[in-house]
Structure formats: structure tokens, C-alpha cells
Design a protein around this ligand. Structure first.
Ligand SMILES: NC(=O)c1ccc[n+]([C@@H]2O[C@H](COP(=O)([O-])OP(=O)(O)OC[C@H]3O[C@@H](n4cnc5c(N)ncnc54)[C@H](OP(=O)(O)O)[C@@H]3O)[C@@H](O)[C@H]2O)c1
Length: 300
């Protein structure tokens, strides 16, 4: 019961089989090489014995010295040996190798798929069409975002543009409400925004925030923390928008009419699921470097 534990091999059966076959091939080739050396030495020895020491000098079938027959016979045996190593075993080996390779590929695919499932479980990214939690159009959750034509929303944890009328609209819409955001967006603010309840999502157990700011560890808890609000807003960034889209009933989008170099993007709005209900255009002017439009979408 308390005896030494048996060593459990760390590599699987198929890999072990591959290694054994490789070792077998090396042995086969080595024995062929030894055979070749012996053949050369043996042939020279036979010739020397016959010509120098007169061994079997009288044995001359069909007028040809006996050692010629002996060397030819040995040569045939050697060729048969070589044929076995390089043809018979090689061809059999290729089929076998292919089978083993297929087995290994299948095994690796199974492992990758298990790992993917694990990652999906640990770090769920909810895609709107796959998600079972698609919100009804009655959902009171609103996403508010400003995105370029290419869906760009930020770079180096900052906004890419400064559009004062957009900020004004953001302030008006979110004033007095709960605003839900990812930890990175929260850290992009110099300080919490006045007159709004901040809900910050982070996986960090001990994330420190100024008093009044609520920290939660997943998006569902964020909505739960905002349930007293008739219209909580999800204000970004990219990771949080992606996860929040399936829960939202409304999107307030500022479309900035330009393509931007960015590292963070808003998920493309699926026009089969979202209906544009209003649009106001804003031209480029001395205070606004880009033209933009305010668009409101509601879920069908
Ligand atoms: N144009 C716009 O309207 C707009 C609006 C907002 C932000 N932005 C821009 O977007 C960029 C930031 O977006 P981002 O995607 O990099 O970051 P983000 O979404 O603001 O925050 C990401 C962080 O949120 C936490 N998180 C994400 N999913 C989580 C989950 N399921 N459970 C628990 N915590 C979770 C993690 O925090 P921990 O690492 O602490 O675990 C993660 O690192 C910035 O450039 C910002 O300026 C643009």
C-alpha cells in the first residue's frame, strides 16, 4: 500500500509507438551498414585466401574461380537485405506513418477543441447570434458609443477624436444614470464623471476605486447593480460592448464619418436585428474636425 509509486509515462501510446518505430528503423539501417562492411572485408578475405593461400584453387566450375560464385552469392544476399530495409520496410512504414500521423492530428484536434471549450468557459465572449440571452426590444439597457466608419472607437486606451457636441450629447443622455464600463475605459478618465453612478467591470478581485464607484466581476452583475435605474447605459469599451450587445434594447451611436487607425472597435451593427429610428447629421466645422451623425437604433 505504501510501496513506491509506479512511473506513469507522460507521453501517449501513439507517440510511444512512433518513437519505437523510429528506433527500429535506425537498428535496421545500422545492421545493413555492418553487413556491407562485412561483405567488403569478407570478399577481400575470400580473394586473398584463394589467390594468395591457394584455398580451393582447383574448384573452378565452368572455368570460373569459386570465389567469384561466393562473392556473387553474398552480393545477392546483401542486395536482398538492402531491398528489405529500403523498400519493403520503407513502403510499409509510410502507410503506417500516415496512419500514426492521422491519429496524432485527431488527438491534437481533440485537445485543441477541449482547450477552446475551456477558454470559452473561463472567458466568455458572447456573440449576439450565438447567445441564448438575446434581449427583447423592451430591454432598458442602452449602449452609447462613438465609432468611425470602420467601427474604430479607441487607440492606446484613449478616444481618437475630440468632438465637443458629441460629448455634450453623451453628458445630456447619461446624466443622472448608471454608467457601466470596462476597467480600461474607467482608467481612461482623469476622474469619475459627475452626477453618474459608475459601475466598473473587472476580473481583479481587489480592484481599488474611489468611493461611490461600484466594482463588479461580470456583465450580469453590472446590470444587476443598475437595476434601480430605468435606463442604464453601457459606455464601453470594446470588450464590454461586445459582451453587452445581446442584452441591449437600444444603441445611441455617433457615427464619425472617417476611417481611423485604432486598436479597439465596436461590433458591427447587425441590420437584421437593429432598426434605425432616428438620424441627425452634424457637419464638420471649426469646432469639429470631422463630420458625424447621431443615430438611434432599437432592437426589432
Ligand atoms: N468611442 C467610444 O465611444 C468609446 C467608449 C468607451 C471606450 N472607448 C475606448 O475603448 C478603449 C477601451 O476598450 P477595451 O476593449 O480596451 O477595454 P474595456 O472594455 O474598457 O475594459 C476591458 C476590461 O474589462 C474587464 N472585463 C472585460 N470583460 C470582463 C468580464 N466578462 N468579466 C470581468 N471583467 C471583464 C477586464 O478588466 P481587468 O483587466 O481589470 O480584469 C478587461 O481588461 C479605449 O481606447 C477607450 O478610449 C471608446
Amino acid at each position: 500500500m505504501f510501496g513506491k509509486k509506479k512511473d506513469i509515462p507522460q507521453i501517449d501510446k501513439d507517440q510511444l509507438e512512433l518513437i519505437k518505430t523510429a528506433q527500429k528503423r535506425i537498428k535496421q539501417k545500422r545492421s545493413l551498414y555492418i553487413h556491407f562492411v562485412l561483405f567488403l572485408i569478407g570478399s577481400v578475405a575470400i580473394i586473398v585466401a584463394s589467390l594468395v593461400f591457394d584455398v580451393g584453387l582447383t574448384v573452378n566450375p565452368l572455368g570460373v574461380n569459386w570465389f567469384v560464385y561466393a562473392i556473387l552469392a553474398w552480393l545477392l544476399i546483401f542486395m536482398y537485405h538492402a531491398f528489405n530495409v529500403y523498400f519493403t520496410n520503407k513502403f510499409l512504414g509510410e502507410v503506417w506513418e500516415k496512419e500514426q500521423l492521422n491519429k496524432l492530428v485527431a488527438l491534437q484536434k481533440e485537445r485543441i477543441s477541449k482547450l477552446e471549450q475551456q477558454v470559452e468557459k473561463d472567458y466568455p465572449l458572447i456573440s449576439e447570434k450565438k447567445s441564448p440571452i438575446i434581449a427583447s426590444k423592451k430591454s432598458n439597457i442602452t449602449l452609447i458609443v462613438a465609432a468611425g466608419e470602420n467601427e474604430a472607437i479607441g487607440k492606446d486606451n484613449q478616444l481618437i477624436w475630440h468632438l465637443s457636441d458629441d460629448l455634450k450629447r453623451f453628458k445630456e443622455l447619461t446624466n443622472g444614470h448608471h454608467i457601466i464600463m470596462g476597467r480600461k475605459t474607467f482608467e481612461s478618465f482623469p476622474k469619475p464623471l459627475p452626477n453618474r453612478t459608475h459601475i466598473v467591470i473587472s476580473r481583479q478581485a481587489n480592484y481599488q476605486v474611489p468611493s461611490g464607484v461600484i466594482v463588479v466581476h461580470n456583465i450580469e452583475d453590472a446590470f444587476d447593480a443598475a437595476k434601480s435605474d430605468k435606463q442604464p447605459f453601457v459606455i464601453g469599451g470594446g470588450e464590454i460592448y461586445k459582451q453587452a450587445v445581446p442584452f441591449a434594447g437600444k444603441i445611441e451611436l455617433t457615427r464619425v464619418h472617417e476611417n481611423f487607425d485604432a486598436d479597439t472597435f465596436f461590433p458591427k451593427i447587425d441590420s437584421t436585428m437593429w432598426k434605425e429610428i432616428s438620424k441627425t447629421n452634424h457637419a464638420k466645422d471649426e469646432k469639429h474636425e470631422y463630420a458625424f451623425s447621431f443615430l438611434t437604433y432599437e432592437r426589432y
